[in-house]
Design a protein around this ligand. Structure first.
Ligand SMILES: Nc1nc2c(c(=O)[nH]1)N[C@H]1C(S)=C(S)[C@@H](COP(=O)(O)OP(=O)(O)OC[C@H]3O[C@@H](n4cnc5c(=O)[nH]c(N)nc54)[C@H](O)[C@@H]3O)O[C@H]1N2
Ligand SMILES: Nc1nc2c(c(=O)[nH]1)N[C@H]1C(S)=C(S)[C@@H](COP(=O)(O)OP(=O)(O)OC[C@H]3O[C@@H](n4cnc5c(=O)[nH]c(N)nc54)[C@H](O)[C@@H]3O)O[C@H]1N2
Ligand code: SF4
Ligand SMILES: [Mo]
Length: 861
């Protein structure tokens, strides 16, 4: 084993430290970094599975031009020449970059410098537009800067935690576990969860407010009014009179009506907030992803201002960042309406940046925000787009519109780490980027903590760092001297110097104290929270640009999507526990796929009854823009009138599984952030002729009418599928003319089971039935590696000896299935702790504990 390399997890914005050790055979062992202040050694299941994402099978390893492998020089020359031609003919605004909170700060800095500083337009935006943009507007309104006034430590010292629009148990798991631990230590600390659904996050809640979708501003504006009458008078703020006048129109009864909540429950929340000496509000996508998201953020910040719950330990409005470097992107000015290092599109700042970068071409006006930017591509106004570290064909609203735009665009450049992505299919030029474990630089987490990502693997194939690829293009566009860096440390130091340049306390983001790091100091940099100004050190609890805080007046509004007779339900979208976004990495890890193998639709039983939908049955979901197919999951946790489906599935993992083909591109006027959480939809039950699972030694060609969902597996390809046509006809096309020995079964309710053998090796296993086949997947997969003794058991989908299947995986850390857990409960385990003792489930990262709890009464029934 090599010495451990300390790095940072590349998934969520908690920013956990990890250690990686490589053994002689190239195997990598990942563990939590006990010294890292974000996690003190803890990891969630995604972080713990990082070692399984390091294989090269799915990677893009060589540059490509028009689908053909090309040498780096040729690909770079080609891309630069094309960009140059378009800029010459149509001007700098005809080219765009679309970047990502998954780039390192150094990569991001270079992309922003090239576009805004030298190409001279501001058409660089990022996927953070879909994520953090409203939060940024909220902070800037209140503080005059994008300053997050909280840290994780505050959670250990607060009296009330309000989680709004956040399913932290699944999306910020290590932070949630810290909160759960704080609650165990200090049960008097109250937790309020505000979410239209009852999520696993509610597990530790004293109060869950299942409000009407999109109505949060009502709760917080009403609270502002309540505070003026129930709290001691505090400081005064700019804009306060207007904000309070608006709030006065929101008495309790009106809020209850607007939010469709019990007045009493709202009253409890308000009272707790007013009475708690210290309170924190943690908010994420249920707030930001809204056509009035900026106002919702302001409404939250306002109640912290009005009650003095800001700038002290255990207090503050805490927007949790989603991506590992969402905050770094905000620092480098990755959004189209910011300049680098918290500089703004103001004459003095533009001139300042021009002096620092030595450029007279600094963009003078903001560029287009993500949704507008892709619209401009569709209209032909933008003729070249370089997409890096994001997969917009899956993640932007109106995904089919994005595809149409890219299909028409004369030059699409894609930098990615994975070969097959929905976006990559539209690329004229593809650049292979270094992935996590290979790349080297810094990221900033939710609490403004800068941590190093360090390489512990050699660059595979011809993959190169994103900053290097960008700099090579910049040099070819004629900016050799300004992009001459040799190492990420050179870039980091320049970025740090800019943050302090003519700053003198006028900008919140100042890391000039790190501008003189040597390469060795950079390599050894310990996690550090900004500011780290050259002039002064020390913790900063709050910041404001000039004199006073600003209160922004908010008049609560409901979502733009209105349900009607044709589209009677509101579709809510979001994340599941074990997948990351468009699944380009987590989708290939068997242990992460087993928890949820296909898109589901969470629906209240009353609604389900109305449409004749049964649990585990299939549903077609449609909006005016498009449709998808999902598996119904009946649940009281979902309020009637609204349904939930995950955002993750792409065309690589499902036929018709993309949620964003339904979501409309309605955006917040100030932040440009799309309303991804509320879309009016209709449902239709789909009862296919059969439901199946198919496993094969090689690829599988699906007939047009078959709906399929790819699974992650080793040893064989594995899909779930369903269709209306005869499974036998399709199976015949798969096996025809191969000379395989076929073994069939039909009977006992099963429709059709088929095994195909060649020279004693299993080539194909297909199970189709009238309901989802109940088979032991591990046993079938194992048969591809080694032919089993009992072929009849296998034909029935069982392990030799007929051992029952373990069922759907609940605990991903130890691969414990639902049926195994129910079995243990039946044999006397009646607490989560007993289950953990017997099966180990829930004893590592703890994310499955809410599900274990949910199984306990189920078995007791
Ligand atoms: N496992 C996993 N973790 C992740 C990610 C991932 O892909 N997978 N992605 C990361 C990223 S980039 C992000 S941005 C974060 C997102 O983290 P979260 O915001 O926690 O995740 P979401 O599931 O998108 O949405 C959170 C909740 O908002 C609720 N919601 C919907 N509408 C409303 C509403 O009107 N009001 C309120 N109050 N709530 C509403 C949803 O029901 C949902 O439970 O997660 C990060 N962590
Ligand atoms: N309906 C709906 N839509 C949503 C959301 C929602 O809640 N509902 N959430 C939105 C939010 S908050 C977000 S953050 C977005 C996320 O959406 P995306 O950013 O589109 O999702 P990812 O799958 O993370 O895409 C990252 C891409 O970068 C690649 N990659 C990984 N590492 C590197 C690297 O080092 N360099 C390069 N060049 N490439 C790399 C990956 O293979 C992948 O293709 O989705 C948004 N879309
Ligand atoms: S909580 Fe987030 S940063 Fe920490 S291990 Fe899990 S995914 Fe990684
Ligand atoms: Mo995000």
């Amino acid at each position: 084993m090599s010495a451990p390399v300390r790095s940072t997890c590349p998934y969520c914005g908690v920013g956990c430290g990890v250690t990686a050790r490589t053994d002689e055979n190239g195997g990598v062992k990942i563990a939590g970094d006990v010294q890292h202040p974000a996690n003190f050694g803890r990891l969630c299941v995604k972080g713990a599975s990082l070692g399984e994402t390091l294989g090269l099978e799915e990677r893009l390893l060589f540059p490509e031009v028009n689908g053909e492998r090309a040498a780096w020089e040729a690909a770079l020359d080609h891309a630069a020449q094309k960009l140059q031609d378009i800029i010459r003919e149509f001007g700098p605004k005809a080219v765009a970059f679309y970047a990502s909170g998954q780039l390192l700060t150094e990569d991001y800095y270079v992309a922003n410098k090239l576009m805004k500083g030298f190409i001279g337009a501001a058409n660089i935006d990022t996927n953070s537009r879909l994520c953090m943009a409203s939060a940024v507007v909220g902070y800037k309104r209140a503080f005059g800067a994008d300053f997050v006034p909280c840290s994780y430590e505050d959670l250990d010292q607060t009296d009330l935690v309000v989680l709004v629009g956040s399913n932290a148990a699944w999306t910020h798991p290590v932070l949630y576990q810290r909160l759960a631990e704080a609650k165990r230590q200090r049960p008097e600390m109250k937790v309020v969860v505000i979410d239209p659904r009852r999520t696993p996050t509610c597990d530790i809640a004293d109060l869950h407010l299942a409000l009407r979708p999109g109505s949060d501003a009502g709760l917080f504006v009403g609270l502002l009014h309540y505070l003026t009458r129930h709290g001691p008078p505090g400081q005064t703020f700019d804009g306060e009179a207007e904000a309070l006048a608006l709030a006065a129109g929101w008495p309790l009864e009106k809020c209850a009506d607007f939010c469709r909540l019990d007045a009493e429950a709202i009253g409890t929340f308000w009272q707790w907030f007013a009475d708690s000496p210290r309170a924190m509000t943690l908010y994420t996508m249920g707030i930001n992803q809204s056509s009035s998201g900026s106002d919702k953020c302001s409404a939250i910040i306002n109640v912290h201002l009005a009650s003095g719950k800001l700038g002290r330990a255990g207090c503050g409005p805490f927007s949790l960042t989603g991506q590992p470097n969402a905050m770094g992107g905000r620092e480098v000015g990755g959004l189209a309406n910011q300049l680098a290092c918290h500089l703004n599109f103001e004459p003095a700042d533009i001139a300042r940046l021009g002096r620092f970068w030595g450029s007279e071409r600094i963009a003078e006006t903001p560029g287009l925000m993500a949704v507008e930017l892709f619209d401009a591509i569709g209209r032909g106004e933008i003729k070249a787009v370089w997409i890096m570290g994001t997969n917009p064909v899956v993640s932007l609203p109106d995904a089919s519109g994005v595809e149409r735009a890219l299909a028409k665009c004369p030059l699409v450049i894609v930098s990615d780490v994975v070969d097959k992505t929905d976006t990559g299919r539209y690329a004229h030029v593809r650049f292979p980027a270094l992935a996590w474990g290979e790349k080297n630089g810094t990221v900033t987490n939710s609490e403004r903590r800068i941590s190093r990502q360090r390489a512990f693997l050699p660059p595979p194939g011809e993959a190169r760092a994103d900053w290097w690829i960008l700099s090579q293009i910049a040099r070819r566009l004629g900016y050799e001297k300004m992009f001459a860096w040799q190492h990420p440390q050179d870039i980091f130091c320049e970025h740090a110097a800019l943050s302090g340049y003519e700053n003198n306390g006028s900008r919140a983001f100042d890391i000039s104290g790190l501008a003189a790091l040597t390469r060795q100091q950079y390599d050894e940099l310990e996690p550090v929270r900004w500011p780290v100004a050259a002039a002064h050190h020390g913790p900063v609890k709050s910041w404001r640009k000039s004199g006073r805080f600003q209160m922004a007046g908010v008049d609560p509004r409901l979502p733009a999507a209105l349900t009607d007779r044709n589209y009677p339900l509101l579709l809510n979208t979001g994340r599941i526990r074990d997948q990351w976004h468009t699944m380009t990495r987590t989708g290939y890890v068997p242990g992460l796929m087993q928890h949820t193998g296909m898109p589901y639709l969470e629906i209240n039983p009353l609604d389900a009854q109305r449409y004749g939908i049964t649990d585990a049955g299939l549903v077609r979901i449609a909006s005016p823009l498009g449709g998808m197919v999902a598996r119904a999951q009946l649940s009281e946790h979902q309020q009637p009138g609204s349904v939930f489906s995950p955002m993750h599935w792409s065309q690589q993992f499902a036929r018709r599984g993309q949620i964003n083909s339904l979501v409309a591109k309605v955006c917040d006027a100030d932040s440009g952030q799309p309303e991804s959480k509320q879309t009016a939809v209709r449902l239709q039950r789909w009862r296919p002729a059969w439901y199946g699972e198919i496993f094969a030694a090689g690829d599988i060609a699906f007939a047009e009418d078959i709906q399929w969902w790819r699974q992650a597996s080793t040893g064989a390809t594995h899909f779930l599928c369903a269709a209306d046509s005869d499974p036998r006809a399709w199976a015949a096309t798969l096996t025809a003319g191969r000379g395989w020995q076929l073994q069939y079964a039909s009977g006992d309710g099963e429709l059709y089971h088929l095994l195909a053998w060649h020279d004693g090796r299993l080539m194909l296993a297909f199970y189709a039935a009238k309901a989802w086949p109940d088979i032991d997947r591990q046993a079938v997969l194992a048969a591809f590696e080694k032919a089993p003794d009992g072929r009849h058991s296998l034909l029935a989908g069982r392990a030799p000896g007929g051992v029952p299947a373990p069922g759907r995986t609940v605990c991903s850390c130890f691969g414990v299935g639902e049926k195994t857990i129910l079995g243990a409960i039946a044999s006397g385990c009646h607490t989560v702790a007993m289950l953990g003792e017997k099966l180990r489930c829930g004893t590592n990262c703890g994310s499955c504990i809410p599900e274990l709890k949910a199984l306990l009464p189920k078995a007791a029934d």
